[in-house]
Design a protein around this ligand. Structure first.
Ligand SMILES: [Fe+2]
Length: 197
């Protein structure tokens, strides 16, 4: 009978595989970016991701399990799409917006996965593992928010073929520590608009 412990270890193996694939993909994405702030953000997330692989190995240890990966088909697909979009948009004004959208799709998958893993680790009575999973979750949310800011400050405007200087003033700031638990909106500025009847 498969129960929460089995589900947790299955999902953990999925994310262990995902992070190791992301470690290989991020340098390529950073190289494909033509915006230096985006390159820096992707390189910084690469270092975080390398640390996440080690954190996941510790989580396995906290459950007395050997670290093992299980091919994460979702990440394989998302990274493949990212590769394709980087090739298709190379040399064009929309390249950075394209890379941001690809990276944000990966982040959102990770945020959903670590949200579940964190909750399950708590339910399974393993607060040490839950603490590490929360740390990773916070890093993914912050990375997503950095990407939002970069998209809004420059890359979306560049993609229109316009100067970043013409971007709206409130989107002009990129620097600053992203808030944890920040809004999960996409680079397209995915705020919900409620229409009145
Ligand atoms: Fe990650």
């Amino acid at each position: 009978m498969k129960k929460l412990n089995d589900l947790f270890l299955d999902e953990l193996a999925d994310m262990y595989d995902a992070e190791r694939r992301i470690v290989k993909a991020l340098p390529k994405m950073a190289k494909a970016a033509t915006n230096s702030e985006l390159t820096k953000a992707l390189e910084s997330h690469l270092r975080e991701t390398e640390g996440q692989v080690l954190k996941l190995e510790q989580v396995f240890q906290f459950f007395n399990e050997k670290a093992k990966g299980k091919a994460c088909e979702a990440t394989i697909g998302l990274l493949k799409e990212g590769d394709e979009i980087a090739v298709d948009f190379k040399g064009f004004p929309a390249i950075n917006a394209a890379l941001i959208s690809a990276a944000q799709k990966v982040e959102h998958y990770e945020i959903a996965s670590y949200g579940c893993l964190h909750a399950w680790a708590l339910l399974l009575g393993n607060p040490k593992a839950a603490g590490l999973l929360q740390e990773i979750l916070d890093q993914e949310k912050a990375a997503n928010e950095t990407l939002n800011k970069l998209a809004q400050a420059s890359s979306n405007q560049e993609a229109l073929g316009e100067s970043p200087k013409s971007a709206p003033k409130e989107f002009g700031k990129v620097a600053g520590k992203p808030r944890t638990g920040a809004r999960l909106i996409g680079a397209g500025g995915g705020r919900t608009v409620f229409s009145r009847r």
